[in-house]
Write a protein that binds this ligand. Structure first.
Ligand SMILES: Cc1cc2nc3c(=O)[nH]c(=O)nc-3n(C[C@H](O)[C@H](O)[C@H](O)COP(=O)(O)OP(=O)(O)OC[C@H]3O[C@@H](n4cnc5c(N)ncnc54)[C@H](O)[C@@H]3O)c2cc1C
Length: 402
């Protein structure tokens, strides 16, 4: 890391320390989700005022015009403070950068982007459907031409933060008679428009940040279209790739390994401190080695970025390995705690509570690319293995057996 980047890290850390008592983990303890969101909006506004929102975005869209490296440095510091940024992660991660790039009305886009950066507006991403999420090109929600606009009919599912969202980006099928990925078109939608119904899904961990979203004859204007008609698949893939530069957490966004070591010192196995047990020591060593390996991959990606190169597909290892390991370690921690390990604390933070971490880990193994999808990426792009057989290749969508 060069001196300039190190200085940026120090400056970011000092700012985060200065706002910690107002927005950090302790300030959030015991808040309801609505109160936490309100705090999050104030945090996002403070971040904007301090020049830490849109770090690598163009200045005329309210950004700072810096590089991906400063952005990743800030995020890796920010995640240590437990600030309420989760509500804006998807919004600022994918839909809003896409609006900035493909929004047909630049002035409208600019206004939305700045409001989103300040936490005043939230966007969601409406891709996955009940018929499937991995196979994005297989989606069924229809957009039919209606005068100089369109009518949307169908359902999306697993839409994060749809219940707080003002707008969303959506991919719809405009032509079922062509190959599946050729008949899709990309729009932005007003989540408060007549005919949009959002229904929460309760997750095992107790929260309901994901939703089903129903579209019943929802009108969108043609100037809400963000791709050529039939060209939506390419914009959808760009959406999924646009946030390639994100801070990673080799702990899989679960508790720090130090917390496990502390626990192993506190509890006993057969009348001896658990930390003296060979199986526990081996689990700690394995987890440490795994985290060190992933941190090295991240450090290498940072060095590549500094040298002006693109980090490679090895980034897909991070989530796959880290979240699986977090799940295993959380399970072991719950076992060590005995009956009290099963106590459920609805306001617990995943980063410091083993049962919250364990209950939430499965969603981490699905969202943002399931384990199997990541294994496919590793097989094809890192190991160079052949692609899966695709029996639907070249077949019009409406002739693929359901
Ligand atoms: C917490 C959470 C938040 C989410 N937020 C959003 C959001 O904001 N917006 C949004 O659009 N979606 C969101 N999703 C949906 C997510 O993108 C999908 O769940 C994911 O893409 C998998 O799709 P699916 O659940 O339909 O499973 P499917 O695609 O039906 O897959 C079922 C199983 O088959 C496996 N599988 C599928 N295809 C292959 C293949 N080719 N090779 C090997 N195995 C395969 C999968 O890995 C999985 O185990 C979210 C999901 C979660 C859990």
């Amino acid at each position: 890391m060069t001196d300039a980047y190190e200085a940026y890290r120090q400056k970011a850390r000092s700012w985060l320390q200065s706002i910690e008592s107002e927005f950090g983990r302790e300030a959030r303890r015991g808040l309801t989700e609505e109160q936490d969101l309100a705090l999050g909006r104030r945090y996002q506004s403070a971040k904007y005022a301090a020049g830490y929102a849109g770090i690598n975005w163009p200045e005329d869209f309210g950004g700072q015009g810096l590089s991906h490296i400063e952005k990743v440095i800030f995020e890796s510091e920010e995640m240590k403070f437990g600030v309420p940024s989760v509500y804006f992660g998807i919004s600022l991660g994918m839909p809003v950068p896409i609006l900035m790039r493909y929004g047909p009305d630049k002035e409208f886009a600019r206004e939305r982007v700045i409001k989103a950066l300040k936490g005043e507006e939230i966007w969601c991403q409406l891709f996955s459907e009940p018929s499937g999420g991995t196979d994005l090109a297989g989606l069924r929600l229809k957009a039919e031409q209606d005068g100089n606009g369109w009518r949307l009919n169908g359902q999306k599912v697993w839409t994060s933060w749809a219940h707080y969202s003002d707008y969303g980006v959506i991919v719809a099928r405009t032509d079922p008679t062509v190959e599946k990925h050729k008949g899709l078109t990309y729009f932005w939608v007003d989540m408060k428009a007549p005919g949009v119904t959002v229904r929460g899904i309760k997750l095992a961990g107790g929260d309901s940040h994901v939703n089903e979203v129903f579209f019943d004859n929802v009108r969108v204007e043609d100037n809400q279209r963000m791709s050529p008609v039939g060209g939506g698949f390419a914009v959808a893939i760009t959406t999924l790739m646009i946030e390639r530069y994100i801070a990673t957490d080799s702990g899989g966004f679960g508790p720090h390994l130090d917390l496990f070591v502390d626990l192993a010192k506190e509890v006993e196995i057969n009348g001896r401190p658990a930390i003296e047990d060979g199986r526990i020591r081996s689990a700690i060593a394995r987890n440490y080695a795994m985290r060190a390996g992933l941190d090295s991959i991240t450090a290498r990606a940072m060095l590549m970025m500094q040298a002006g190169m693109e980090p490679g597909p090895e980034g897909s290892l991070n989530k796959l390995v880290a979240v699986r390991s977090r799940q295993k370690l959380s399970e072991l921690a719950i076992d060590l705690q005995g009956n009290s390990g099963m106590a459920f604390e609805p306001h617990a933070f995943v980063k410091e509570d083993w049962s919250a971490s364990w209950l939430n880990a499965p969603t981490g193994r699905i969202a943002g690319g399931s384990d199997e999808t990541l294994l496919n990426t590793i097989a094809e792009r890192i190991l160079g293995l052949p692609q899966d057989h695709r029996p639907d290749k070249g077949v019009p969508f409406n002739q693929i057996p359901a």
